[in-house]
Each structure stands twice: as structure tokens, then as C-alpha cells.
Design a protein around this ligand. Sequence first.
Ligand SMILES: [Zn+2]
Length: 256
Amino acid sequence: MYIDTHAHLDFDAFDEDRDAVIQRAIENDLIAIITIGTSVETSRKAVELAESYAPIFAAVGIHPSDCQEATEADYHEIEKLSRHEKVVAIGEIGLDYYKMYTEKPTQMAAFKRQIALARSVNLPIIVHNREAHEDVYQTLIKEKATEVGGVLHSFSGDADFLKRVLETNFFISFTGGVTFKNTRGADELVKQTPVERLLLETDSPFITPAPHRGKRNEPSFVVFTARKIAELKELPVTELAARTTDNAKHLFALNV
Ligand SMILES: [Zn+2]
């Protein structure tokens, strides 16, 4: 049994067949999917999906690429949504120095205030990090994000950064990128991450694992990523699935 801890089910890539995608996930042994907000609008949709389907849970937050125009009212709305019974995390939040759709100080302010929100409502955080490793790490420590914990999703960075993150209580998740022929070193990072700190995710509709690379990603494809990670960890896939599912249930307090 699997849990996809990071999908964007509200994105328009799923408008034609969202219900079929969710049913397919259930048929493929997924017992939960966390659908992730990136703005007020997508956070609202994430909560609506969680209200409509028992195995779906929501994370609410404003993504670093979407926070340039965010207003006080928007942050207030995120806080309101965060108190919904099916909201299990604040996210995705973080820093993106690769796309740089938002100036660094604005990204940093958004990241800090949403860590503060997570601490005030006692929810873990889902962290987006692109080429901002040092600032992400320092901010997690200084803002005491370790009080609530969370996950560095779609993990990127080198072995040294991974080592430092593993010294905190944060979890690590890798996407379908680990199934590619050229994993850009991700396979080594998987090997260095203890199973008790791993979560599974798809980041649907993006980063589709082999053998479906090139197509739209969906939660049921988490199985392919799990198989590859199990191979790298030299574990039966059933055991990898059971242990990462336990990790996710515990971190997000999922009642499944
Ligand atoms: Zn995402």
C-alpha cells in the first residue's frame, strides 16, 4: 500500500479525467494522496478535492514562485484553510532561486511567515527547494521549522546537504527522476537516505517516471518510483511501500 505525498490534482492537466485518475490510484493500492496547493486558489481546490474523496488530503500554502503578488488577505485565507480537518500540512512553501519568478526577499518573507503559521497550527511543512540549499537549511533552523518537521520534496542537492538535512528531523522524498537513465546523482542520494526518513511522491502532473516518461504523471505511477527506490535500497518493494507509508501516516497524522 502506497501514499503519494505530493500531487497537484487540481491542475488543469486533470480537468478531463480527474475522477478516473483518482479511481486508478485507488485500484493501484494507493491508500492516500496529498494534493498540494501553490496559491490561494489551488489551496482552496485542494481542500475541495479532500472534501470529495476520502483518501485525499490537502496541503495549503503559497509557492515561492507564486508569492510576488500575495496579499495579507491571501495569507489570512491560507491560515483559515489550514484549520480544515483534512489539511495535513502547510505547503508547498520554500525558495526557488532557479526560476526566480519572485525576488529573493519576497520569497524569504513568504517562507518565514508560512513556517510561523505551520508552528502556530502545529502542522508539518512541505518544502520546495531549487538551487537555494543553504538558505533553505538556515531558514528551517532559524525559524524553528524542526518543531513541526516536514519534508524536503523533490529532493535536490549534494551528499553534504543531504547529510545536514538528515541531522534534523526532516523527511526526504524523491520523484520519478530516480527512474531516469541519467538520474544526475539522485540514485546515490537515495542510497544515503535511511528508509525511516523516506517518503514517496509523484509531483503529478510533472516528472513522470519511466516507463511513462513523456506522458502526464499521475498518482498511480508512484509504483514505478517505489520499485526503483526499493531496488536502490535492496529491499522488497512491499517492504519499501509499507515503511514509507508508515512514515507518511506518522508525519502527516493520516487517519487511513
Ligand atoms: Zn509540487
